[in-house]
Design a protein around this ligand. Structure first.
Ligand code: NAP
Ligand code: GLV
Length: 312
């Protein structure tokens, strides 16, 4: 068996070594132009040339949850694309989002500023019922995040394409043009984005949709930068409709040094780190799936297989 690793922005050698350890009898190599045809590809944002050359692939394994960078490429027809299915990301995402929500709700920034100024002063406790949270995307990560938020007794709404039932979460469904989405936005004050980036979800957080959040709204984007129209967010924070935002993902990464998000006093940014790919968990998951496929298991038995029509 030949496995080719091709990754644009991760140190490759530990991955190649980890895959070799998982498949001692296989030929595992770091891809280079002109390389011999492989059976399986393990990739993150590879160049088009990789797929133009690799004509015998039986499976493509993405070392992330989001496949938007892959879906932009011409992929070999009929070859399954498999994304990471949690692999340690959902716990990280729940930590990050709960932290961002609680930091905002409990006004911890303001307390930090008071403490730095030597000021001992109390703020009036706020009511969770005044801070309903809306989670867009109720997949592997969104469901875990919604459940974690509900544990703190926040009212939690969720929105997905297909209907769901999640204990403690009021679920809305349908497409972005439907009444379900409008009702979801109107019922929410804090908005968390955990959607995949597809043509349907690009720019979904814009002047119109964010204006529909309850006054004093707050945005937490942990999915992809292109879900958000940057200028619209700034307009709505500056005119007071939104209280602020925590952003982990950006249209251009690293965020350009002259981008207004860097210095905006109501925007907190982190460098795409809310849920990192954990190498050991990911290699174990991918190796298990390669073994299943190589052993003749039907693709439908694997978790995380991307539907090319939906794009996620
Ligand atoms: P997932 O399991 O595929 O879940 C996607 C969810 O979004 C599903 O509930 C799906 O609805 C819903 N959805 C998709 N398109 C929709 C649409 N047009 N309208 C309404 N709902 C729609 O994905 P995941 O594993 O939770 O990951 C979500 C995203 O998080 C990834 O795609 C990636 O962009 C991002 N991510 C970010 C980081 C980070 O560090 N910042 C890390 C990992 C992942 P259905 O259930 O009805 O299909
Ligand atoms: C990270 O952003 C991922 O999609 O896994």
């Amino acid at each position: 068996m030949r496995i080719s690793f091709c990754c644009s922005d991760t140190k490759p050698q530990p991955w190649v070594d980890g895959l070799k350890a998982a498949f001692p009898d296989a030929d595992v190599t770091l891809w280079a132009a002109g390389a011999a045809p492989a059976d399986y590809a393990v990739v993150w944002a590879p160049p088009q040339q990789f797929f133009d050359e690799q004509k015998q692939l039986k499976g493509i394994f993405n070392i992330g949850a989001g496949v938007d960078a892959l879906m932009k490429l011409r992929l070999p027809a009929g070859v399954p694309v498999v994304r990471l299915d949690d692999a340690g990301m959902s716990a990280q995402m729940a930590e990050y989002v709960c932290h961002a929500v609680i930091r905002h709700f409990r006004e911890l920034d303001a307390y930090e500023a008071d403490m730095a100024g030597g000021k001992w002063s109390y703020r009036k406790p706020r009511l969770r019922t005044d801070f309903p949270i809306g989670v867009m995307g109720l997949g592997v990560l969104g469901e875990r995040v919604s459940r974690a938020l509900a544990q703190f007794d926040f009212p939690v709404n969720g929105w997905s394409r297909s209907a769901k039932t999640i204990e403690g979460v009021r679920c809305y469904s349908g497409d972005a043009g439907g009444q379900g989405f409008q009702d979801f936005l109107a019922a929410s004050r804090i908005l968390v984005c955990l959607l995949p980036l597809t043509p349907d979800t690009m720019g979904i957080m814009n002047l119109d949709t964010l204006s529909r959040l309850q006054p004093g709204g707050y945005v937490i984007n942990v999915a992809r930068g292109s879900h958000l129209v940057d200028g619209d967010l700034i307009t709505l924070i500056d005119n007071g409709h939104l209280a602020g935002a925590t952003l982990d993902v950006f249209r251009t990464e690293p965020l350009p040094s002259d981008h207004p998000f860097w210095k905006h006093p109501r925007i907190t940014i982190t460098p795409h780190t809310s849920a990192r790919t954990l190498r050991e968990e990911s290699i174990a998951q991918i190796a298990g799936k390669i073994r299943s496929l190589a052993g003749g298991a039907p693709i439908s038995t694997l978790a995380g297989v991307v539907d090319p029509k939906k794009g996620y």
